[in-house]
Write a protein that binds this ligand. Structure first.
Ligand SMILES: [Zn+2]
Length: 840
């Protein structure tokens, strides 16, 4: 009882002190007080109606304030670079002295020239440094964006020689909200649940967001993984800003667990990507001394080097490191709402904001003091890169699927990588590279290190622990033919404006239309055709028609007995061909080589109505990737069926139900029966990753798992986490052999496929070989880290299982075929399961 009373007393004093802090909150809590501020610059509270920290700023108010600041201050220019998926503006403030604003384009050109050939003649002593400051890429880590209100105010309003010098010497690319949709979502949550009397109880609803939370963007993506793949609207504008300027420092303001203090990079030294120069880490460390001094001054605790890494170039603090810049990660212990009890006493939202504000200013101070050093570092980075560049070129392409190759070329163009057409068809490493469906990338060019970072395969590592994935080789993710040994003489003209692959528009036919299944866009086209209510079939065998070869999975649309007449059908086929940029062929005879068009080996297809189970317990990333794939890539309707509504839902509306990866079993026994009944009556149930266990234990599938019983030997207590961590597969790439005649593999031209895997479910192959259409090879590791015991286990196992279940199907993928929207190469596996599940 005494403890309880003591606990209650403590709680009340927590609440009281937090309350006082909120009641007395004033700008002076945040801003340096030894200087004056321009009275004509509106303060944040003039626009928000409260002092930053009292409430969580919504994105619209944040933008309003930034626009008003830009109007009021000649130091600030504001631009709108695009929109988020929810239509919010993606703004950028360029902050510098009035004089620099007059010559901004000249300054920019000079700065970019540092990265180019002939940079030796530039005088870095006279050049401003460029700093890109970005806030709250994870929307529920809001202290960054809320601190941005204060940092922008400070930069606009502060007076005196110090700020003058700073603005004369610095171009600040100020991005107050990397993730507007997520920030808005979280602000709504934290504000909706805030009490007038601040409640610091961590169990209060305020500190526990509803699924999917504000971390992610609209499609539930972690945008701090998209700097390299650049697949999301928000990343595209970020990258444009980056490559427009090549900033010398890029900062990324995050939050971490509430019991932590404040972290700034460098991270764990041995977890730095080997392509990052050692000097980059030394500069990071030197910049860190400015943060340390600033935090010492305000009495805030911090740590560095013990956590986080600098390995995956898709992260905001690591991407700059392969671009001659220095990326800095900040992590502030999160108050998650307005104030929470923690191991360090009470942690208030204003306190977290003040730390972020302090780090933003110490970054700018470091930039001043290290200006010439950082500019020279950038120049040397690119000079050295050119010096060490190999001769020759890379080539990539897919003679059957120009579209996938085009989508990779798009990414390279976004990264200002020089690419060329293929002059004429050539063979290399057993692959054919053809004009129109292949591209050449010269090795000797400005971005050669970045290119290496995107293309290389790596299987040797200094450390066995990874904060994120250990492999992302783009030619593998896009399942393209690839060589590192192309010759420059294979290169045609450089591609200035990338054009979509050319396609053949269909001739009018009175017999049938045929569409290859190889193109990345084919599922979009098929869906459009089925939705139109047209009779459509898929070929179970290859054949030849009118001199052209058609592979497994070719789609046929007969002309007769359709809702549309001959000429309407032709118009519609043209429309489909244009909308999906895909070739469709009109044929005039059913007499073909191989099987005929009237063969029973053409199977009738039905329109698909797909639902995906979402909600508490489902991994938002995995679900969001599928939603994005359907909605953004294929224009297919996907119903997001929430678990809480599952028991009352009418499943008969759906032909397919997708169960993404989950934390645990979120469906109860009654739900299991309901799902079984639906499947038996003809539904196709598709599960991912952890669904393997769930399908097995609920008897949807009968699986045999290969288990590792690894016992620690000579592993001390302090290393137990490392020991366990090394047995995980954070994300690596493996090769499987495929049976091309199985419908799950339709549209793939080769009998090998790279798969992205981040689970450790190893399923024994089935006895009958035709039940193993996708099977890991004997030595499957293509790129990335996997422990020796796991590598031994994975060989020969199967990542895909299909079983007839009554009149329906149960399908399992242990691997993520939709990973982060850049695994174009395996997207079709899911589409095959959906459209051709009944033919398996
Ligand atoms: Zn974060």
């Amino acid at each position: 009882m005494r403890n309880l009373i003591f606990g209650l007393g403590l709680l009340m004093s927590f609440n009281l002190s937090a309350q006082q802090e909120f009641d007395n909150l004033d700008l002076s809590y945040y801003l340096p007080q030894d200087i004056s501020y321009n009275e004509n610059i509106p303060k944040p509270q003039d626009v928000l109606g409260y002092i930053p920290g009292e409430w969580h700023v919504s994105h619209d108010l944040l933008v309003s304030y930034m626009r008003i600041l830009a109007d009021a201050s000649p130091r600030i220019a504001i631009e709108k670079r695009g929109n988020t998926y929810e239509g919010r503006p993606l703004i950028l403030l360029t902050i510098t002295s009035e004089e620099n604003h007059q010559n901004l384009e000249e300054i920019r050109k000079n700065h970019v020239a540092l990265t180019e050939d002939g940079s030796g003649s530039l005088n870095t002593e006279d050049m401003p440094i460029v700093v890109n400051q970005g806030f709250s890429i994870h929307g529920n880590e809001p202290s960054g964006s809320n601190a941005a209100l204060l940092a922008a105010y400070y930069l606009a309003a502060a007076e005196g020689p110090e700020i003058e010098a700073l603005l004369n010497n610095t171009i600040i690319l100020f991005d107050p909200a990397f993730n507007p949709d997520g920030l808005q979502r979280f602000a709504y949550w934290a504000n909706t649940n805030r009490s007038k009397n601040i409640n610091t109880d961590p169990q209060d609803r305020e500190y526990d967001e509803v699924w999917p939370g504000g971390r992610t963007n609209h499609y539930w993506f972690d945008m701090n993984r998209d700097w390299l793949p650049v697949q999301l609207a928000e990343s595209k504008v970020r990258l444009e800003t980056f490559h427009n300027w090549y900033p010398n420092i890029l900062t990324d303001h995050h939050e971490m667990g509430s019991n932590s203090s404040f972290f700034f990079q460098p991270g764990i030294p041995e977890r730095t990507h080997p392509l990052t120069p050692q000097l980059n880490q030394e500069l990071t460390k030197e910049i860190g001394t400015y943060h340390a001094a600033a935090f010492d001054k305000i009495g805030s605790f911090y740590y560095t080097e013990e956590n986080y890494d600098d390995f995956y170039y898709g992260k905001g603090s690591t991407f700059p490191d392969i671009n001659g810049s220095v990326g800095i990660l900040f992590e502030q212990g999160s108050s998650r709402g307005h104030a929470q009890e923690t191991d360090n006493g009470i942690l208030t939202f204003p306190f977290t904001i003040r730390n972020q504000f302090t780090a933003a200013l110490s970054t700018l101070e470091a930039a001043q003091k290290m200006r010439v050093k950082l500019l020279n570092y950038q120049r040397n980075f690119y000079n050295n890169a050119r010096k060490e560049a190999d001769r020759g070129a890379y080539a990539f392409g897919n003679s059957k699927d120009a579209s996938s190759a085009y989508h990779l070329a798009e990414i390279l163009k976004r990264h200002k990588i020089e690419i060329h057409e293929v002059q004429e068809a050539f063979r290399k490493d057993g692959k054919t590279f053809e004009p129109g469906s292949s591209y050449i990338v010269p090795k000797n060019q400005r971005q050669q290190r970045l290119i290496k970072g995107m293309f290389e395969r790596r299987t040797e590592f200094a450390d066995s622990l990874f904060y994120d994935i250990s492999a992302w080789s783009f030619p593998l993710a896009f399942n393209l033919d690839f060589t590192e040994d192309a010759a420059l003489k294979n290169a045609g003209p450089e591609i200035e404006e990338l054009q979509k692959p050319t396609v053949e528009s269909p001739e009018q036919s009175n017999y049938a239309y045929l569409m290859d299944w190889h193109s990345y866009e084919a599922p979009k086209a098929l869906n459009q055709i089925l939705e139109k209510g047209l009779r459509t079939k898929v070929s179970m065998k290859p054949f030849e028609a009118e001199g052209r070869k058609f592979d497994y999975g070719t789609i046929m649309i007969p002309v007769q007995n359709q809702e549309l007449d001959q000429s309407e059908l032709h118009d519609f086929m043209r429309e489909v061909s244009e909308a999906s940029n895909i070739s469709i062929f009109g044929v005039t005879t059913g007499l073909t080589r191989g099987m005929s068009l009237g063969s029973n080996n053409f199977r009738a297809l039905e329109p698909q109505s797909v639902a995906m189970i979402v909600g508490e317990g489902i991994t938002p990333y995995d679900a969001g990737e599928i939603w994005h794939l359907f909605d953004q890539r294929y224009d297919m309707i996907l119903t997001k069926l929430d678990l809480k509504d599952f028991s009352g839902a009418d499943l008969s509306r759906y032909t397919d139900i997708i169960l993404p990866n989950s934390w645990g079993s979120a469906l109860d026994d009654k739900d299991v029966e309901k799902l079984k009944t639906w499947t038996r009556s003809g539904g196709t149930l598709i599960g991912y990753r952890n669904a393997a266990r769930w399908f097995d234990s609920n008897e949807f599938l009968d699986l045999e798992f290969k288990e590792n019983e690894l016992v620690a030997k000579d592993v001390p207590f302090e290393l137990q986490r490392d020991f366990r961590g090394a047995q995980g597969i954070g994300g690596a790439i493996f090769e499987a052999k495929t049976d091309r005649s199985h419908p799950v593999n339709f549209g793939y031209k080769d009998d090998r496929i790279p798969l992205f895997r981040n689970t450790t479910y190893f399923i024994e192959a089935k006895e009958q070989s035709y039940n193993n259409p996708i099977q890991y090879t004997k030595e499957p590791l293509l790129s990335g880290y996997i422990s020796k015991p796991n590598l031994d286990s994975i060989a020969g196992t199967i990542p895909f299982v299909h079983r007839d279940f009554g009149r329906g199907n149960v399908i399992l993928f242990t691997d993520n075929t939709n990973f982060r929207a850049f695994w174009y190469g395996t997207n079709k596996l899911l589409m095959n399961a959906i459209f051709f599940g009944d033919e398996m």
